[in-house]
Design a protein around this ligand. Structure first.
Ligand SMILES: *[C@@H]1O[C@H](CO)[C@@H](O)[C@H](O)[C@H]1NC(C)=O
Ligand SMILES: *[C@@H]1O[C@H](CO)[C@@H](O)[C@H](O)[C@H]1NC(C)=O
Ligand SMILES: *[C@@H]1O[C@H](CO)[C@@H](O)[C@H](O)[C@H]1NC(C)=O
Length: 260
């Protein structure tokens, strides 16, 4: 979708929703793919940021837009839940959760030394903190919800006792996984989201991205599932010696030798 289309699609509707992170302040809303979503300048600029993926990784843009919209559709379907969610933080945490997948050679997000979830979390924090609108609105807690969700996105059992805000950012991305549709989202909402942001290349794109991560920064992949992509697909990739298992085995042998 062209930037101009997004901007006109984001015209203020005048509708407003409660937002815990904004201490009761009503936030403007708009509709995207027929889903009511929060519409602040920060969210608009986050959309502009992920639109930069479109030329090289269109599947990635569609993936983050769907993740956000699936979550928003679930909230719209449950007023109790919606009243507890910080909708702007949720938008940012879902839209920016894969900054670490950015394959552009001049990516402002991807580092050599961090795994992709940490690049994404750190990138989202930087994006928020450098944004003029965020100065007075983002306290430590909101930042932590977003960082935790992005950093822990792939380790599904660890966030279980994190804030409900963090959990719903991750859960929203989880609606992308294959399997039956969730009863939390209306069928018509699934249909309108998938019509606007088709899901026809996500797993091939994921396979390409994860292999690229293993090849381009193998030292960040050891002891993560990216390691398996390296082992399977990257010539010369060898995690043996770097795995925590190997480190423990080495220590074990030394310990037994010293104290039989
Ligand atoms: C709506 O959300 C609330 C709060 O998370 C939950 O307790 C309730 O079971 C949900 N209702 C439905 C119908 O899913
Ligand atoms: C997954 O990625 C590897 C490495 O690029 C490639 O060899 C393989 O064909 C890919 N699989 C599919 C089904 O695209
Ligand atoms: C990987 O490295 C380990 C340790 O250096 C070595 O023993 C093993 O043979 C290597 N495996 C492959 C497939 O090269």
């Amino acid at each position: 979708m062209k930037v101009s289309t997004i901007i006109s699609a984001l015209a203020l509707t005048g509708a407003a929703v409660a937002a815990p992170g904004h201490k009761g302040k009503k936030l403007p809303t708009t509709k995207i793919a027929n889903i009511e979503v929060v519409d602040t300048q920060l969210v608009r600029d986050a959309i502009k940021e992920v639109e930069k993926f479109i030329p090289l990784q269109p599947y990635l843009y569609n993936h983050v837009m769907r993740s956000w919209l699936f979550g928003a559709a679930a909230f719209n379907n449950n007023a109790t839940l919606k009243a507890t969610i910080d909708l702007e933080a949720h938008a940012i945490g879902t839209l920016l959760h894969d900054l670490g997948w950015d394959m552009r050679p001049d990516s402002p997000w991807v580092t050599k030394e961090h795994r992709f979830e940490v690049d994404g979390g750190a990138g989202a924090l930087r994006f928020i903190q450098e944004h003029p609108c965020a100065k007075n609105e983002w306290d430590e807690l909101r930042l932590q919800w977003v960082y935790d969700a992005i950093a822990l996105q792939a380790i599904s059992d660890i966030p279980e006792f994190k804030s409900i805000q963090t959990q719903w950012m991750i859960k929203s991305v989880g609606f992308e996984f294959p399997g039956p549709r969730s009863p939390l989202i209306k069928d018509e909402d699934y249909d309108s989201i998938l019509a606007k942001y088709p899901n026809d290349y996500l797993f091939r794109g994921t396979n390409e991205t994860f292999t690229w991560l293993a090849a381009s920064k193998p030292e960040t992949s050891y002891n993560t599932f990216i390691q398996d992509f390296g082992t399977a697909y990257v010539p010369g990739f060898n995690a043996t010696g770097y795995r925590l298992f190997d480190v423990i085995q080495g220590g074990l042998q030394a310990e037994v030798a010293a104290n039989p």
